[in-house]
Design a protein around this ligand. Structure first.
Ligand code: ATP
Length: 249
């Protein structure tokens, strides 16, 4: 299960209302694309799902339970940049989450636990199409490869929810199409719900099960800070996409 329930959420920074009255029920295993004008609060919403920010008002539940107030292993995240650590190899990057949660004191795993984690990380690296790059550092990888690595890093922790903040925004169109295919496959094969912020409508409609638009209903410049953005459209994709059911056409 990985259903998200957002009820009447507001987010304010000082006098500025960024989001107002956002309510949405996200079914387990959906793939939600969040679109909207620059600065309307999409990343802020994602950070609240991650647990990095707390709503000023309202509640967010994951499988009926309040979200823990800190990021945890049930929620993975990939940003447009800087999701991977430059000083670790590809293998080190994929392993790092397990090492940190496996041994809170030393940050390292030993013996059988390490062997199992390394095997799993290697398999994940192959799965995202990076075999042979295990010992390379991020600077030695292309942008598309780094984003594959960031996906592998997030997915090794088996998150219930994968949060993507314009993860493919900086990639060339050809590479982007390739990574869309990978993302689709990973979503079909992995029991997780995905919430992705994107500026690219084509990307939204290529990948998502549902496209959600955030916008300020009352966008008068003199009152800009007094009204936040909220959900103004909620578009289900037709024909419906279902995780695990790969379309034949
Ligand atoms: N930590 C913060 N403190 C104060 N204001 C913030 C903070 N984080 C975000 N904001 C403000 O909240 C608003 C929404 O920002 P956010 O980054 O969520 O928008 P966005 O829709 O993701 O934008 P973009 O599409 O350009 O990435 C902006 O006006 C921003 O300045």
């Amino acid at each position: 299960m990985s259903a998200i329930s957002v009820d009447n959420v507001w987010k304010e920074y000082g006098d500025q209302i960024v989001l107002e009255n956002v309510s949405i029920e996200v079914e387990s295993r959906s793939f939600i694309a969040l679109v909207g004008p620059s600065g309307c609060g999409k990343s802020t919403f994602l950070r609240m799902l991650l647990g990095q920010e707390r709503p000023t008002r309202g509640t967010i539940l994951l499988d009926g339970q309040p979200l823990p107030s800190e990021p945890g292993r049930d929620r993975g995240v990939v940003f447009q940049k800087y999701s991977v650590f430059p000083h670790l190899t590809a293998l080190g990057n994929v392993l790092v989450g397990k090492e940190l949660t496996g041994s809170r004191i030393t940050g390292k795993l030993f013996g059988a636990a390490r062997k199992a984690a390394v095997e799993e990380a290697r398999a994940m690296i192959v799965d995202v199409g990076l075999s042979g790059a295990e010992q390379k550092y991020p600077a030695q990888l292309s942008g598309g490869m780094q984003q594959r690595l960031a996906l592998a890093q997030a997915l090794l922790m088996r998150p219930k929810v994968l949060l993507l903040d314009e993860p493919f925004g900086a990639l060339d169109p050809g590479i982007r199409t390739e990574i869309h295919q990978l993302m689709k496959r990973l979503w079909h094969e992995t029991p997780m719900t995905v919430v992705m912020v994107t500026h690219d409508m084509r990307e939204a409609f290529t990948l998502a099960t549902r496209v959600i638009a955030f916008e300020r209903r009352r966008d008068r410049p003199e009152e800009k800070l007094r009204y936040g953005a909220t959900i103004t459209s909620d578009i289900p994709i037709w024909p419906p996409r279902r995780a695990g059911v790969v379309a034949t056409s």
